[in-house]
Write a new protein. Structure first.
Ligand code: ADP
Ligand code: MG
Length: 314
């Protein structure tokens, strides 16, 4: 059973491919399945911050933490959703590229900034919403991550871009982060009616095999509307196609990216424990129920508190 929090960088140097939409909705869907999640908005555009209903605020971002001027616990903000926290972005983050580049340890700055939260063990997932460039913030995000999740559109041109990011991944594996995995490729804004869609999906699958998620995210108007209401689409319109797809994706993501939560003993194991340890019945029953319902019916009632206080994090 691992205690480690999984850090996943959501990256693609191309803008407008669905990175932020994926971060916001994957985070919300994971939180709804009782996983504790921290989103880190690393894009000065602050779309993940807005998409989760927060306003930009001076000094409240990863930036002062990277500079050593703030503690990470001070910049973690709760959202309106249980289990879902965010380190927002701010305009200053645009300066981070230059500032970090000057430092000798530039590849490890994000890893080090996140270390206290990761080591606290209270989180299941940290999702890094990367800016759309192959710059230093994206590179040090990948250096900090266990896995990289690449959203891409089902277009022939997008295949070239995929090469750039997999090259970067190889470089990091050869140096700063030998354990970095390609968590997966998620096809976004899929329009099955377009003639190239199926061909592109087949090509990506041929090249990347099981690294391509079975779930694809359809192009969906409600999904594009949700950010202007500061809500993940899974809350804005839970039954629309985009919401259904992101929930299915979260389920597939959890199976592929286990944490201490998903690695709790199986239900059958727990049931046999109940027989031998009558006095612990209520506790064991609770956790096995949570496990059953989170995989089958997706509970609305989360079991963990947002990570906001100093004590929990540091
Ligand atoms: P990125 O973070 O890669 O720049 P975004 O997630 O911000 O991309 O998405 C770019 C634009 O496309 C946004 O306006 C977003 O609302 C829209 N969008 C993203 N996913 C979908 C989807 N599945 N259906 C329709 N519009 C989408
Ligand atoms: Mg974005």
């Amino acid at each position: 059973m691992t205690k480690r929090t999984k850090i996943i960088a959501i990256a693609n140097q191309k803008g407008g491919v669905g990175k932020t939409t994926t971060v916001v909705n994957l985070a919300a869907a994971l939180a709804r399945k009782s996983r504790t999640v921290l989103v880190v908005d690393l894009d000065p555009q602050a779309n993940a911050t807005g998409g989760l209903g927060l306003e930009k605020e001076d000094g409240v971002s990863i930036y002062p933490v990277l500079l050593g001027n703030a503690e990470i616990a001070d910049v973690i903000q709760p959202t309106a959703y249980d289990n879902l926290n965010i380190i927002p972005s701010e305009v200053d983050l645009a300066g981070a590229e230059i500032e970090i580049a000057r430092r000798e340890d530039h590849l490890s700055v994000i890893r080090e900034a996140l270390a206290p939260v990761r080591e606290s063990g209270v989180l299941d997932y940290i999702l890094l919403d990367c800016p759309p460039s192959l710059g230093i913030v994206m590179t040090s995000s990948l250096a900090a991550a266990d896995g990289v999740l690449v959203p891409m559109q089902a277009e022939f041109l997008a295949m070239e871009g995929l090469g750039l990011i997999t090259n970067l991944l190889e470089q990091l594996r050869a140096g700063a982060n030998p354990d970095l995995e390609l968590n997966g490729i998620l096809l976004t804004m899929v329009n099955m009616v377009a003639t190239q869609t199926k061909d592109v999906i087949a090509m990506v699958k041929e090249k990347f095999g099981d690294r391509v998620y079975d779930t694809t995210i359809p192009r969906n108007v409600r999904t594009s509307e949700a950010p202007s209401y500061g809500q993940p689409v899974i809350h804005y319109d839970p039954t629309c196609k985009g919401a259904v797809a992101y929930r299915a994706f979260a389920k597939e993501f959890i199976a592929r990216t286990p944490t201490r939560f998903t690695e709790t003993p199986s239900v059958t194991q727990e049931v046999s424990e109940v027989k031998s340890q009558e006095n612990e019945i209520s506790e064991v029953k609770l956790s096995s129920e949570a496990e059953i319902s989170s995989s089958a019916t997706e509970p609305e009632t989360p079991t963990q508190e947002p990570v906001t206080s100093h004590d929990q994090v540091s």
